[in-house]
Ligand binder design. Structure first.
Ligand code: GLN
Length: 193
């Protein structure tokens, strides 16, 4: 059984732990470099990307995480987690850094104030019927490099991508009872072991 960490600095950690367990992984919170070293894959939750960035530096996780992602550890980021996996943020707050791993440019809070939160069915490549997309002050992906596979769009904007062992969605499957995207990620981790 793959052991999958959830980066537990800030955000909806508990929901991801539950979704991963439902998808047949052993799920553990990760706050320290020693805990990171023990997992086969990692989820980066939704929350606030500027806060996650600052806390990652404070907890000494920024460099170890960049290294493991660059070395091919499977990672899955939702919403703020998607932002953390972007090689570039279009409008970063000052001092905001990312782990990188996906050759894409993201726009934070892209779906705008009026639509700060909404739900919509999203068709995702590799999943046989639409998933319920929960978007909360969600980013979208402005552009992707040649190595990135676009898995889903909403309203003409990219909202799910994969590059190698890195997966990211603008929306939050962990807030629904539908664990198919977590299962997809657990399969990616299993294939890597
Ligand atoms: N707007 C948040 C950010 O920029 C992301 C929101 C979320 O994760 N639901 O980090």
């Amino acid at each position: 059984t793959p052991v999958i960490g959830v980066l537990a600095l800030q955000g909806d950690v508990r929901e991801h732990l539950i979704a991963l367990a439902a998808a047949d992984a052993v799920a553990r919170p990760v706050r320290r470099p020693e805990e990171l070293a023990e997992v086969d894959g990692l989820v980066i939750p939704g929350g606030e990307s500027t806060t996650i960035s600052k806390l990652a530096v404070l907890f000494g996780l920024m460099e170890p995480l960049r290294e493991r992602i660059a070395a091919g550890m499977p990672v899955y980021g939702t919403c703020a987690g998607l932002i953390m996996l972007a090689d570039k943020i279009l409008d970063p707050r000052s001092g905001q850094e990312t782990f990188g791993g996906i050759d894409m440019i993201v726009r934070r809070n892209a779906f705008g104030r009026q639509n700060e939160s909404f739900e919509a069915g999203v068709t995702v490549t590799g999943i046989d019927s639409p998933v319920e997309g929960v978007f909360i002050r969600a980013p979208w992906v402005e552009s992707v490099g040649a190595q990135v596979e676009v898995l889903a769009e909403h309203d003409g904007h990219i909202v799910a991508v994969r590059q190698g062992k890195a997966l990211a969605t603008s929306f939050h499957p962990e807030l629904t009872g539908d664990h198919r995207i977590h299962e997809l990620f657990v399969d990616m981790v299993r294939a890597e072991r």
